[in-house]
Design a protein around this ligand. Structure first.
Ligand SMILES: NC(=O)c1ccc[n+]([C@@H]2O[C@H](COP(=O)([O-])OP(=O)(O)OC[C@H]3O[C@@H](n4cnc5c(N)ncnc54)[C@H](OP(=O)(O)O)[C@@H]3O)[C@@H](O)[C@H]2O)c1
Length: 310
Protein backbone atom coordinates (compact mmCIF):
# COMPACT_ATOMS: atom_id res chain seq x y z
CA UNK A 1 0.00 0.00 0.00
CA UNK A 2 1.35 3.46 -0.78
CA UNK A 3 0.00 6.94 -0.25
CA UNK A 4 1.34 10.47 -0.04
CA UNK A 5 1.14 10.26 3.74
CA UNK A 6 2.40 6.82 4.82
CA UNK A 7 0.73 4.89 7.62
CA UNK A 8 3.54 3.83 9.97
CA UNK A 9 2.84 1.12 12.56
CA UNK A 10 5.18 1.13 15.58
CA UNK A 11 5.68 -1.90 17.83
CA UNK A 12 7.08 -1.21 21.30
CA UNK A 13 5.59 2.29 21.09
CA UNK A 14 5.39 2.69 24.87
CA UNK A 15 9.04 1.62 25.30
CA UNK A 16 12.46 3.06 24.50
CA UNK A 17 12.91 2.10 20.85
CA UNK A 18 9.36 2.37 19.57
CA UNK A 19 8.80 5.43 21.78
CA UNK A 20 11.76 7.21 20.21
CA UNK A 21 10.20 6.72 16.77
CA UNK A 22 6.72 7.64 17.98
CA UNK A 23 7.94 10.99 19.36
CA UNK A 24 9.64 11.94 16.09
CA UNK A 25 6.87 10.87 13.68
CA UNK A 26 4.01 12.17 15.83
CA UNK A 27 5.61 15.62 15.66
CA UNK A 28 5.03 15.51 11.87
CA UNK A 29 1.30 14.76 11.56
CA UNK A 30 1.23 16.30 8.06
CA UNK A 31 3.79 13.75 6.85
CA UNK A 32 2.83 10.47 8.57
CA UNK A 33 -0.19 8.70 9.99
CA UNK A 34 1.02 6.87 13.08
CA UNK A 35 -0.45 3.73 14.60
CA UNK A 36 1.06 2.65 17.93
CA UNK A 37 0.93 -0.95 19.17
CA UNK A 38 0.60 -1.83 22.85
CA UNK A 39 -0.66 -4.82 24.82
CA UNK A 40 -2.92 -2.49 26.76
CA UNK A 41 -4.26 0.91 25.82
CA UNK A 42 -5.20 1.28 29.50
CA UNK A 43 -1.59 1.28 30.77
CA UNK A 44 -0.31 4.56 32.19
CA UNK A 45 2.33 4.95 29.48
CA UNK A 46 -0.17 4.32 26.64
CA UNK A 47 -2.67 6.75 28.18
CA UNK A 48 -0.01 9.45 28.66
CA UNK A 49 1.20 9.13 25.07
CA UNK A 50 -2.37 9.06 23.71
CA UNK A 51 -3.12 12.30 25.58
CA UNK A 52 0.08 13.92 24.31
CA UNK A 53 -0.42 12.86 20.67
CA UNK A 54 -4.19 12.79 20.02
CA UNK A 55 -3.75 12.07 16.29
CA UNK A 56 -1.92 8.79 16.91
CA UNK A 57 -4.08 5.66 16.47
CA UNK A 58 -3.67 3.02 19.22
CA UNK A 59 -4.16 -0.69 18.70
CA UNK A 60 -3.84 -3.61 21.12
CA UNK A 61 -1.78 -6.62 19.98
CA UNK A 62 0.69 -9.08 21.50
CA UNK A 63 3.76 -10.24 19.58
CA UNK A 64 3.48 -13.64 21.31
CA UNK A 65 -0.07 -14.06 19.90
CA UNK A 66 0.09 -14.31 16.08
CA UNK A 67 -3.67 -13.89 15.56
CA UNK A 68 -3.55 -10.44 17.22
CA UNK A 69 -1.04 -9.08 14.68
CA UNK A 70 -2.69 -8.87 11.21
CA UNK A 71 -5.27 -6.26 12.35
CA UNK A 72 -2.44 -4.23 13.94
CA UNK A 73 -0.46 -3.99 10.69
CA UNK A 74 -3.38 -3.91 8.23
CA UNK A 75 -3.04 -1.20 5.55
CA UNK A 76 0.39 -0.14 6.84
CA UNK A 77 2.92 1.34 4.45
CA UNK A 78 5.70 0.88 7.01
CA UNK A 79 6.03 -1.28 10.14
CA UNK A 80 8.73 -0.89 12.78
CA UNK A 81 9.35 -4.14 14.66
CA UNK A 82 11.24 -4.79 17.88
CA UNK A 83 11.30 -7.89 20.10
CA UNK A 84 11.73 -8.45 23.81
CA UNK A 85 14.15 -11.05 25.21
CA UNK A 86 14.27 -9.90 28.83
CA UNK A 87 10.72 -10.70 29.81
CA UNK A 88 9.46 -13.67 31.87
CA UNK A 89 7.85 -15.49 28.93
CA UNK A 90 11.25 -15.62 27.16
CA UNK A 91 14.01 -15.45 29.78
CA UNK A 92 14.06 -15.87 33.54
CA UNK A 93 16.68 -16.89 36.11
CA UNK A 94 15.87 -20.60 35.81
CA UNK A 95 14.49 -20.98 32.27
CA UNK A 96 15.08 -19.56 28.78
CA UNK A 97 12.95 -20.28 25.74
CA UNK A 98 15.73 -19.97 23.16
CA UNK A 99 13.43 -19.72 20.15
CA UNK A 100 10.87 -17.34 21.66
CA UNK A 101 12.45 -14.04 20.58
CA UNK A 102 12.86 -15.25 17.00
CA UNK A 103 9.25 -16.42 17.09
CA UNK A 104 8.12 -12.90 18.20
CA UNK A 105 9.94 -11.38 15.22
CA UNK A 106 8.62 -14.01 12.84
CA UNK A 107 5.09 -13.40 14.10
CA UNK A 108 5.37 -9.68 13.27
CA UNK A 109 7.01 -10.29 9.88
CA UNK A 110 4.55 -13.01 8.83
CA UNK A 111 1.65 -10.68 9.66
CA UNK A 112 3.31 -7.96 7.53
CA UNK A 113 3.65 -10.37 4.59
CA UNK A 114 0.06 -11.58 4.97
CA UNK A 115 -1.25 -8.00 5.05
CA UNK A 116 0.89 -6.78 2.14
CA UNK A 117 2.81 -4.19 4.18
CA UNK A 118 5.04 -2.09 1.92
CA UNK A 119 8.19 -1.80 4.03
CA UNK A 120 9.44 -3.28 7.31
CA UNK A 121 12.15 -1.78 9.52
CA UNK A 122 13.33 -4.23 12.17
CA UNK A 123 15.61 -3.75 15.16
CA UNK A 124 18.14 -6.60 15.42
CA UNK A 125 21.75 -7.32 16.36
CA UNK A 126 24.67 -9.23 14.90
CA UNK A 127 25.27 -12.84 15.91
CA UNK A 128 27.69 -13.20 18.82
CA UNK A 129 28.51 -16.69 17.54
CA UNK A 130 29.53 -15.25 14.17
CA UNK A 131 31.41 -12.27 15.62
CA UNK A 132 33.45 -14.54 17.91
CA UNK A 133 34.10 -17.22 15.25
CA UNK A 134 31.98 -19.73 17.16
CA UNK A 135 33.66 -19.19 20.53
CA UNK A 136 30.79 -17.41 22.35
CA UNK A 137 27.49 -19.19 21.93
CA UNK A 138 25.33 -18.09 24.87
CA UNK A 139 24.35 -14.51 23.93
CA UNK A 140 20.83 -15.64 23.21
CA UNK A 141 19.34 -12.13 22.91
CA UNK A 142 21.77 -11.52 20.03
CA UNK A 143 21.20 -14.87 18.31
CA UNK A 144 17.38 -14.53 18.30
CA UNK A 145 17.56 -11.03 16.80
CA UNK A 146 20.12 -12.14 14.22
CA UNK A 147 17.83 -14.99 13.17
CA UNK A 148 15.01 -12.45 12.71
CA UNK A 149 17.33 -10.35 10.54
CA UNK A 150 18.24 -13.35 8.35
CA UNK A 151 14.58 -14.35 8.07
CA UNK A 152 13.42 -10.87 7.07
CA UNK A 153 16.19 -10.10 4.59
CA UNK A 154 15.56 -13.40 2.78
CA UNK A 155 11.87 -12.61 2.15
CA UNK A 156 10.54 -10.89 -0.98
CA UNK A 157 9.35 -7.88 1.05
CA UNK A 158 11.09 -4.49 1.14
CA UNK A 159 12.85 -4.05 4.44
CA UNK A 160 15.75 -2.48 6.32
CA UNK A 161 17.52 -3.36 9.54
CA UNK A 162 18.54 -1.07 12.39
CA UNK A 163 21.11 -2.30 14.88
CA UNK A 164 21.25 -0.20 18.03
CA UNK A 165 24.56 0.59 19.67
CA UNK A 166 24.67 -0.04 23.39
CA UNK A 167 22.36 2.37 25.17
CA UNK A 168 24.07 5.22 27.06
CA UNK A 169 21.06 4.74 29.35
CA UNK A 170 22.70 1.49 30.58
CA UNK A 171 24.97 3.73 32.66
CA UNK A 172 21.97 5.17 34.47
CA UNK A 173 20.08 1.89 34.81
CA UNK A 174 22.68 -0.88 35.17
CA UNK A 175 26.02 0.60 36.25
CA UNK A 176 26.97 0.40 39.92
CA UNK A 177 27.60 3.94 41.20
CA UNK A 178 29.47 4.88 44.35
CA UNK A 179 31.51 7.74 45.75
CA UNK A 180 35.17 7.75 46.70
CA UNK A 181 36.29 10.99 48.31
CA UNK A 182 35.32 13.77 45.88
CA UNK A 183 34.99 11.40 42.92
CA UNK A 184 32.05 9.38 41.64
CA UNK A 185 32.86 5.83 40.63
CA UNK A 186 31.10 4.17 37.68
CA UNK A 187 31.52 0.40 37.84
CA UNK A 188 30.57 -1.53 34.71
CA UNK A 189 31.34 -5.08 33.53
CA UNK A 190 34.26 -5.56 31.15
CA UNK A 191 37.35 -3.60 30.11
CA UNK A 192 36.66 0.07 30.94
CA UNK A 193 39.12 1.21 28.27
CA UNK A 194 37.74 -0.80 25.37
CA UNK A 195 35.57 1.25 22.99
CA UNK A 196 32.08 0.21 21.88
CA UNK A 197 29.40 1.86 19.76
CA UNK A 198 26.90 3.77 21.91
CA UNK A 199 23.58 5.46 21.18
CA UNK A 200 20.92 7.33 23.11
CA UNK A 201 17.95 5.07 22.48
CA UNK A 202 15.45 7.81 23.25
CA UNK A 203 17.01 10.53 21.07
CA UNK A 204 18.90 8.78 18.26
CA UNK A 205 16.73 5.94 16.97
CA UNK A 206 13.65 8.01 16.07
CA UNK A 207 15.42 10.43 13.68
CA UNK A 208 17.35 7.52 12.16
CA UNK A 209 14.21 5.48 11.44
CA UNK A 210 12.52 8.62 10.06
CA UNK A 211 15.49 8.97 7.67
CA UNK A 212 15.09 5.33 6.58
CA UNK A 213 11.33 5.73 6.08
CA UNK A 214 11.84 8.93 4.08
CA UNK A 215 14.42 7.14 1.88
CA UNK A 216 12.83 3.70 1.53
CA UNK A 217 14.00 3.05 -2.03
CA UNK A 218 17.67 3.72 -1.14
CA UNK A 219 17.38 1.97 2.25
CA UNK A 220 15.90 -1.36 1.27
CA UNK A 221 17.97 -4.45 1.99
CA UNK A 222 20.45 -2.46 4.10
CA UNK A 223 21.65 -2.77 7.69
CA UNK A 224 22.00 0.52 9.56
CA UNK A 225 24.12 0.63 12.72
CA UNK A 226 22.75 3.34 15.03
CA UNK A 227 25.46 5.09 17.05
CA UNK A 228 27.39 8.34 17.21
CA UNK A 229 30.71 6.56 17.62
CA UNK A 230 32.91 4.30 19.70
CA UNK A 231 33.43 5.13 23.37
CA UNK A 232 34.84 3.37 26.42
CA UNK A 233 33.44 3.54 29.95
CA UNK A 234 36.43 5.76 30.73
CA UNK A 235 35.42 8.13 27.88
CA UNK A 236 31.91 8.23 29.32
CA UNK A 237 33.25 8.98 32.82
CA UNK A 238 35.47 11.75 31.40
CA UNK A 239 32.48 13.25 29.58
CA UNK A 240 30.53 13.29 32.85
CA UNK A 241 33.38 15.26 34.43
CA UNK A 242 33.48 17.68 31.49
CA UNK A 243 29.73 18.36 31.63
CA UNK A 244 29.09 18.37 35.40
CA UNK A 245 32.49 19.17 36.90
CA UNK A 246 32.20 16.00 39.01
CA UNK A 247 35.46 14.02 39.08
CA UNK A 248 34.51 10.55 37.78
CA UNK A 249 36.44 7.29 37.48
CA UNK A 250 35.51 4.09 35.65
CA UNK A 251 36.07 0.76 37.38
CA UNK A 252 35.79 -2.72 35.88
CA UNK A 253 33.24 -5.19 37.27
CA UNK A 254 33.56 -8.92 36.51
CA UNK A 255 31.56 -10.15 33.51
CA UNK A 256 29.31 -12.20 35.84
CA UNK A 257 28.40 -9.14 37.92
CA UNK A 258 24.67 -9.37 37.12
CA UNK A 259 24.43 -13.11 37.85
CA UNK A 260 22.91 -13.86 34.43
CA UNK A 261 24.78 -16.25 32.09
CA UNK A 262 23.35 -14.60 28.96
CA UNK A 263 24.66 -11.18 30.05
CA UNK A 264 27.94 -12.70 31.23
CA UNK A 265 28.50 -14.15 27.76
CA UNK A 266 27.63 -10.76 26.21
CA UNK A 267 30.21 -9.00 28.39
CA UNK A 268 32.75 -11.70 27.45
CA UNK A 269 31.97 -10.98 23.78
CA UNK A 270 32.46 -7.25 24.32
CA UNK A 271 35.96 -7.86 25.70
CA UNK A 272 37.18 -8.89 22.25
CA UNK A 273 34.57 -8.03 19.59
CA UNK A 274 33.04 -4.98 17.92
CA UNK A 275 29.28 -5.60 17.77
CA UNK A 276 29.12 -3.63 14.49
CA UNK A 277 31.96 -5.59 12.84
CA UNK A 278 29.46 -7.29 10.51
CA UNK A 279 27.64 -4.08 9.47
CA UNK A 280 28.86 -2.92 6.08
CA UNK A 281 30.57 0.45 6.35
CA UNK A 282 30.01 0.49 10.13
CA UNK A 283 28.99 4.05 11.00
CA UNK A 284 29.62 5.64 7.56
CA UNK A 285 25.91 5.94 6.76
CA UNK A 286 25.41 8.08 9.85
CA UNK A 287 27.22 10.94 8.12
CA UNK A 288 24.32 11.09 5.64
CA UNK A 289 21.61 11.29 8.30
CA UNK A 290 20.56 14.93 8.80
CA UNK A 291 20.74 14.68 12.57
CA UNK A 292 23.36 15.09 15.24
CA UNK A 293 23.81 11.84 17.11
CA UNK A 294 24.21 11.87 20.85
CA UNK A 295 27.78 11.95 22.13
CA UNK A 296 28.71 11.08 25.73
CA UNK A 297 28.77 14.84 26.44
CA UNK A 298 25.33 15.52 24.98
CA UNK A 299 23.99 12.43 26.76
CA UNK A 300 25.06 13.78 30.16
CA UNK A 301 23.79 17.26 29.24
CA UNK A 302 20.35 16.03 28.20
CA UNK A 303 20.01 13.44 30.98
CA UNK A 304 20.52 16.19 33.58
CA UNK A 305 22.37 13.65 35.74
CA UNK A 306 24.01 15.40 38.70
CA UNK A 307 25.68 12.44 40.42
CA UNK A 308 24.56 9.26 42.17
CA UNK A 309 23.29 10.97 45.32
CA UNK A 310 21.20 13.67 43.56
N1 LIG B 1 20.21 -2.14 26.54
C1 LIG B 1 20.89 -2.05 25.38
O1 LIG B 1 22.00 -1.51 25.35
C2 LIG B 1 20.26 -2.57 24.13
C3 LIG B 1 20.92 -2.33 22.96
C4 LIG B 1 20.37 -2.81 21.78
C5 LIG B 1 19.19 -3.54 21.81
N2 LIG B 1 18.56 -3.77 22.98
C6 LIG B 1 17.34 -4.57 22.89
O2 LIG B 1 16.24 -3.69 22.84
C7 LIG B 1 15.07 -4.44 23.15
C8 LIG B 1 14.30 -3.64 24.16
O3 LIG B 1 13.73 -2.54 23.50
P1 LIG B 1 13.31 -1.31 24.39
O4 LIG B 1 14.51 -0.80 25.11
O5 LIG B 1 12.54 -0.40 23.52
O6 LIG B 1 12.34 -2.03 25.46
P2 LIG B 1 11.40 -1.39 26.57
O7 LIG B 1 11.67 0.06 26.76
O8 LIG B 1 11.45 -2.31 27.73
O9 LIG B 1 9.96 -1.48 25.89
C9 LIG B 1 9.35 -2.69 25.71
C10 LIG B 1 8.19 -2.43 24.74
O10 LIG B 1 7.78 -3.65 24.15
C11 LIG B 1 6.37 -3.79 24.29
N3 LIG B 1 6.12 -5.22 24.51
C12 LIG B 1 6.69 -6.03 25.43
N4 LIG B 1 6.21 -7.28 25.30
C13 LIG B 1 5.30 -7.24 24.29
C14 LIG B 1 4.46 -8.21 23.69
N5 LIG B 1 4.45 -9.48 24.12
N6 LIG B 1 3.66 -7.82 22.66
C15 LIG B 1 3.65 -6.54 22.23
N7 LIG B 1 4.44 -5.58 22.75
C16 LIG B 1 5.25 -5.93 23.77
C17 LIG B 1 5.98 -2.93 25.47
O11 LIG B 1 4.70 -2.41 25.20
P3 LIG B 1 3.42 -2.52 26.16
O12 LIG B 1 3.92 -2.78 27.56
O13 LIG B 1 2.75 -1.19 26.00
O14 LIG B 1 2.65 -3.65 25.60
C18 LIG B 1 7.01 -1.80 25.40
O15 LIG B 1 6.56 -0.78 24.54
C19 LIG B 1 15.50 -5.75 23.78
O16 LIG B 1 15.24 -6.79 22.86
C20 LIG B 1 17.00 -5.55 23.98
O17 LIG B 1 17.70 -6.77 23.87
C21 LIG B 1 19.06 -3.27 24.14
Amino acid sequence: MSSAKPLVVIFGATGNQGGSILHVLAEHPDSYTVRAVTRSTKSNSARELAARYPLVQWVEADIDIPSSLPPAVANADVVFGVTQFFQPSVHSADKTNENAEFQQGKNIIDACVAEGVGFVVFSTTSSAKKLSNGKITGVLHFEGKYKIQEYLLALPIDSAIVQMGMYYQNYLQSAAWSESGDAVVIAFPGDVNRKHPYADVNRDLGPYVKFIIDNRQQSKGKIFPVSSGYYSTTDIANALTKVTGLPAVAVELPTDAYGDKVLQDMFELLKTCNIFADSPGHLDTNKKVPFEFTTPETFWETSKFKGPSN
